[in-house]
Design a protein around this ligand. Structure first.
Ligand code: 5GP
Ligand code: MN
Length: 333
């Protein structure tokens, strides 16, 4: 934590605050944003959450969702004004400006102070205040720590607790990933004591599949999953046609990559996918193989040691060929 006491002083008078997070926000990104939003609003600030892109419907239950402005050609000018007028811009759950699409340049050059709350490696955002910890399981965990450091724990109500819980639950893979610490269980215990309904949050996020999505997963598992013959690597290739055939929505492919990693003995899994006119890649690993380095080196990406992503300017076919040619470099550790 850096300069959080200074942030506390800064927040002692009403401020205009913009909160933003990475493109295609997941439950940690949006839960962190809305948790902080509700807390700051409760403390009398003028706060606006801005999402660089749309996000999936399974996050629409989150308190404060209706107040989020989603970046699109129609809203961009207004968003630019808000960012440039903000006294404080909170950057949550991303470490590089290229993660917020065309808002990157606007945020980077905006005159307001910046707060970074994040758990990714090598942050490139030059923040005035930060809560950055790459060992944290979720940005939402750090939002809880931030609120505590601002002496705001008594302001955490059920809505804020459920936003934070959602981020922690999903970014720990429901308390399974190696980042699941005793500290995070203690934080969650406090959130439950405040009244967070863990079953409600879990059902809202995991058990609101559309029939299309379930059929898509069945199809992907049956026909789109390749297991390499020589290396413990398995991957899906999903085309634009697949998106059309199953009428896939934002978030419908989320989690698919984990199925490939659930195969016994598998060390690395990937999805290579055509989405919104670009090629997006997701990588997951178990153990020591660092897929963030792999993503950074070959696919202009990054992330965490065991969960990363990137993108490619090539066609789907070329990207798949490139990935396949790199499989032998993925050495088992
Ligand atoms: P996902 O596969 O769920 O899209 O992303 C997994 C993780 O990889 C994210 O939490 C994020 O940290 C990282 N990530 C995904 N896509 C990119 C990308 O294009 N660039 C960078 N730097 N990181 C990414
Ligand atoms: Mn996160």
């Amino acid at each position: 934590m850096h300069n959080i006491q200074l942030l506390k002083e800064f927040l002692s008078s009403r401020k205009k605050i913009v909160i933003t997070t990475h493109a295609s926000p997941d439950a940690d990104a949006l839960g962190s944003s809305l948790g902080l939003y509700l807390f700051l609003k409760k403390n009398g600030h003028d706060v606006q959450v801005i999402s660089p892109t749309e996000y999936p419907e399974f996050l629409f239950w989150m308190p404060g969702h209706d107040d989020v402005i989603v970046n699109c050609p129609n809203s961009f000018d207004h968003i630019k004004e808000l960012i440039n007028a903000a006294d404080l811009i909170a950057c949550l759950d991303f470490s590089g400006y290229n993660r917020i699409k065309n808002l990157g340049e606007v945020v980077q050059n905006a005159p307001g102070k910046k707060l970074l709350v994040d758990h990714h490696l090598n942050p490139e955002i030059d923040a005035d205040y930060d809560v950055w910890d790459q060992t944290a399981a979720a940005t939402a965990e750090l939002i809880y720590d931030l609120i505590e450091a601002l002496d705001g724990k008594d302001d955490i109500d059920v809505d804020i607790a459920e936003c934070i819980y959602a981020g922690i639950m999903t970014d720990t893979g429901s308390f399974k990933f190696p980042s699941t610490s005793s500290k995070i269980h203690r934080t969650v215990a406090e959130l439950i004591d405040i009244g967070a309904d863990v079953n409600k949050v879990s059902r809202n996020i995991y058990d609101t599949n559309s029939i299309n999505r379930l059929r898509f997963i069945g199809y992907a598992l049956a026909e789109k999953l390749t297991v390499d013959e020589n290396y413990p690597v398995a991957y899906f290739v999903i085309s634009a046609d697949d998106h059309i055939r199953f009428n896939l929505k934002s978030g419908d492919t989320e989690g698919l990559v984990n199925y490939a990693l659930s195969i016994k003995g598998m060390k690395v899994s990937a999805i290579i996918m055509e989405r919104d006119g670009e090629i997006k890649l997701s990588f997951r690993s178990v153990g020591d193989y660092a897929v963030n380095n792999f993503a950074a080196e070959h696919f202009d990406g990054g992330g965490h040691k065991n969960a990363s992503g990137g993108h490619s300017e090539d066609s789907l076919e070329k990207t798949v060929e490139k990935f396949k040619s790199l499989i032998p470099t993925i050495k088992e550790k």
